[in-house]
Design a protein around this ligand. Sequence first.
Ligand SMILES: *Cc1c(COP(=O)(O)O)cnc(C)c1O
Length: 284
Amino acid sequence: MNATKRLDLIPPYLFAELERKIAEKRAEGVDVISLGIGDPDMPTFPAVVAAGQAALADPSTHQYPSNRGRPEFRNALSAFYKRRFGVDIDPETEVIPAIGAKECIFNLSLAFLDPSDVALASDPGYPVYTAGPVLAGAEAWKMPLVPSRGFTPDLAAIPGEILERAKLMFINYPNNPTGAIVPDGFFAEVVEFAKNNQILVVHDNAYSETTYDGYVAPSFLATPGAKEVGVEVFSLSKGYNMTGWRCAAILGNADAIASYWKLKSNIDSCLLLEAQIKYRQRSI
Ligand SMILES: *Cc1c(COP(=O)(O)O)cnc(C)c1O
């Protein structure tokens, strides 16, 4: 049985490969400290678990959920963005649920990249920034995160030939794996750059609620003009100890979200309703 050539183009999923290597070493008796996939090692907050249990027992959650998300979910995300980040989000057009940041980032590549298009991917970065574009039949161009620039890419160093074909850009702050926080002015530079080059910015916000020493992370969408050029993927996985629940959302540019929704509604049937319902009972 032959799988597609498309699958030959991507390396084995990095974390799967790491898990294999770790198992191999452990079998040899080596005490391995894994710096591979990150997963909160604490349980989900009890109030969320209780709301989930109650929702699972409610028969109204036992049917297909709306792919666009329940109004309660969209309203709660909109209120959270206002309260937490000072960002106005129209619950009708500027937010819908995603199964996780992972699915969302992948599907954005399918929605926005044609063959010969390029996605600009932070490097080092979350593997889907490069595997998504390749599986979509396009290309990923790695933007090195430069230590002397606070682990931001040097946008001026991107070759003109790449820029002409670039349609998407993946950035992520607080950053995985460097731990860097966004330097002052960088998001504004990205907005300007995206406007000039007609690129859709995808800010992967997996870590805004996982910060230390009193630092409060901003949303990319709080940058003036950001909603004109970008979307933000917000995930509950890390900040709320909910990696196993699968619960995220995409917020920002309404046209981009409409395209993502069009694609997504042909691929999956949305979040487990119970995870969405939790928002009714305990707002984030
Ligand atoms: C963990 C992680 C994700 C995946 O989040 P899910 O919502 O669980 O899919 C995405 N991006 C980065 C940078 C991550 O570390």
